[in-house]
Design a protein around this ligand. Structure first.
Ligand code: AMP
Length: 280
């Protein structure tokens, strides 16, 4: 596996591989099995002869809270070991001046969805995220990019950006990887104390209960109520619990597919989770 911090070197190393055989996985480091599942999916997309590229960059533009940015874990050496063993060919880890050589004046506007759900609690987050994703898509010129469904709203907005701006890349959404007890893996889980971690289990339990209720024929308000009850039983400090259509645009219809999204703040640690609910 090769590592570069330089964009010029990145472009050099990519030159031998045509666009459609390059797959990129973008991360902020502090890697866990969820990230590595994306790397494996990237390999499956481009095959043994393709090039799997991982990027590591903690993007200040998408952090509203300076304290959150300051404490975001930075574990480059361990990350490189994990990326290598998952089959990454090349890692691009630019520093701040390499990513943003000049102050940004133009950024990507996520539209109204950018100020809903996560956007209510993290103003500017999605504009910052889309801007760095666009830069990384342009710099890597990958034919396929893999993102986790863990950040569901992010995935929806990236798909919208790619469609609206005619970007030449295929976006693949990969399933959420969880601990055996159901907690969605997150780089922030390490900040939970044992009591908070126990309560955080309520997130995935609420989603699972809601899925079961939907499958058993419960209508949307009842599904929502089932999830609320579980969250209350676990004493989860809920930020929001919303049942939406899969594109996150409108209210859920009584039949078909919906997405249930939840967020909670355990002290200063914010966790998100989501699941598909199918209404009979
Ligand atoms: P991050 O570095 O945590 O911002 O995330 C980088 C990529 O990994 C994003 O596409 C995330 O959606 C994805 N990701 C993070 N956690 C998980 C997880 N538990 N399962 C699947 N993908 C994940």
């Amino acid at each position: 596996m090769q590592l570069t911090h330089s964009t010029a070197e990145l472009v050099d190393r990519l030159a031998g591989t045509p666009r459609h055989r390059r797959a990129v996985v973008m991360t902020m480091g502090a890697l866990h099995e969820g990230h590595l599942s994306l790397v494996r999916r990237a390999r499956a997309e481009v095959g043994a002869d393709g090039l799997v590229l991982g990027t590591i960059f903690v993007n200040p533009l998408q952090f509203g809270d300076p304290a959150d940015l300051a404490r975001y874990p930075r574990t480059l050496d361990a990350d490189l070991g994990k990326l290598a063993s998952a089959g990454t060919d090349l890692v691009y880890a630019p520093d701040l001046p390499e990513m943003y050589p000049a102050p940004m004046t133009v950024t990507i506007d996520p539209g109204s969805l950018g100020s809903e759900l996560e956007g209510v609690h993290r103003p500017g987050h999605f504009a910052g995220m889309l801007t760095v994703v666009a830069k990384l898509l342009i710099r890597t010129a990958a034919g396929v990019a893999i993102f986790g469904a863990k950040d569901y709203q992010q995935l929806v907005l990236i798909r919208a950006m790619v469609a609206d701006l005619d970007l030449d890349v295929r976006i693949v959404g990969a399933p959420i990887v969880r601990d055996p007890d159901g907690l969605a893996l997150s780089s922030r889980n390490r900040f939970l104390d044992p009591g908070q971690r126990d309560r955080a289990l309520g997130l995935s339990r609420a989603l699972t209960a809601a899925q079961a209720a939907g499958a058993a024929g419960a209508p949307a308000p009842a599904v929502q109520a089932v999830a609320e009850d579980v969250l209350a039983a676990y004493r989860v400090p809920v930020d929001y619990l919303e049942l939406r259509d899969p594109h996150l645009l409108g209210p859920v219809t009584e039949r078909g597919e919906a997405q249930l999204l939840v967020a909670a703040a355990f002290g200063s640690t914010r966790l998100i989770d989501n699941a598909r609910v199918t209404f009979l």
